[in-house]
Design a protein around this ligand. Structure first.
Ligand SMILES: NC(=O)c1ccc[n+]([C@@H]2O[C@H](COP(=O)([O-])OP(=O)(O)OC[C@H]3O[C@@H](n4cnc5c(N)ncnc54)[C@H](O)[C@@H]3O)[C@@H](O)[C@H]2O)c1
Length: 254
């Protein structure tokens, strides 16, 4: 929660991956606070639906189809937010995923490149596109989606994904420290398993195993991550930058 209850009113956030799961939940939480939300996703219809829900929830929604693996597409997304809302205060880079699960020896070049394209290059392009605007304003917060997987390593299922998320944590740290003195904060979140389509596509035994590994014996809810994004962007969190925050029901390794 912000210290000033009107802190988010009229401020603008760009959210990638906003059509589904954690990105969509965050969009609705910022809408509740009266923010302008650019809902961006490769699923353009889903992004438009989310923008409609933002309007209904008290914010001002706009949507754009973006492929975060394309620099041009990401730049067009940032231009859209500036044209529609005048400035950008926050960016939440939620688009990401494991593409598919694989044992380490079965990971081929295509899976490796696509996973890094989506999770690493995507975040890299999004931050490079928005930073000039935030630097011009002298203020801005970027929140990147990492994963608890970066601490566990993903043995047997997704070392390609876990290592890509490790790169997100490191990029976040570097960007935060490079721009800290110029009004920019940059943070990442490392969730344990969260109940979204990302989990529901897993085979039932893998889903059960990942839930049983959580001491609370349940998946996180997407809103439980979205509220952390709100806090990180708020005036209640102004001395925090560079770090990743684990939200995992007590699970994983630190
Ligand atoms: N759900 C979990 O258990 C969990 C745990 C840790 C981290 N994460 C991370 O959280 C983020 C959100 O995942 P989620 O659980 O909400 O999954 P999700 O599948 O519900 O949402 C991911 C969204 O990203 C979009 N997307 C995929 N490729 C894209 C691209 N190239 N350009 C733009 N958008 C694209 C999808 O269309 C989808 O709407 C991801 O980065 C994921 O790796 C999820």
């Amino acid at each position: 929660m912000p210290k000033d209850p009107d802190y988010f009113r009229g401020k603008t956030i760009v959210i990638t991956g906003a059509a589904s799961g954690i990105g969509r939940a965050a969009a609705l939480i910022f809408a509740r606070e009266g923010a302008n939300v650019l809902c961006a996703d490769i699923n353009g219809e889903g992004a438009a639906r989310a923008a409609g829900e933002v309007d209904e929830a008290g914010g001002c929604g706009e949507s754009v189809r973006v492929d975060v693996t394309s620099r041009r597409s990401v730049e067009a997304m940032v231009d859209r937010a500036k044209d529609r809302f005048g400035r950008i205060d926050f960016q939440f880079n939620s688009a990401g995923g494991a593409i598919r699960r694989s044992e380490f020896l079965e990971i081929d070049d295509d899976l490796w490149d696509r996973t890094y394209g989506l999770n690493v290059k995507g975040v890299f392009y999004c931050m490079q596109a928005v930073l000039p605007e935030m630097l011009k304003n002298g203020k801005g917060v970027i929140v990147n989606m990492a994963s608890m997987a970066h601490k566990r390593g993903g043995p047997g299922v997704d070392i390609h994904y876990a290592s890509a998320k490790g790169s997100v944590v490191t990029m976040t740290l570097g960007v935060a420290r490079e721009f800290a003195a110029r009004g920019i904060r940059c943070l990442s979140i490392s969730p344990g398993p969260v109940d979204t389509p990302f989990q529901s596509i897993l085979p039932p035994e893998l889903r059960e195993r990942s839930r049983d590994n959580v001491p609370m014996k349940r998946f996180g809810r997407p809103e439980e991550i979205g509220e952390m994004v709100l806090f990180m962007c708020s005036d209640a969190c102004e001395f925090m930058t560079a770090d990743t925050v684990f939200i995992s029901g007590g699970g994983g390794f630190r």
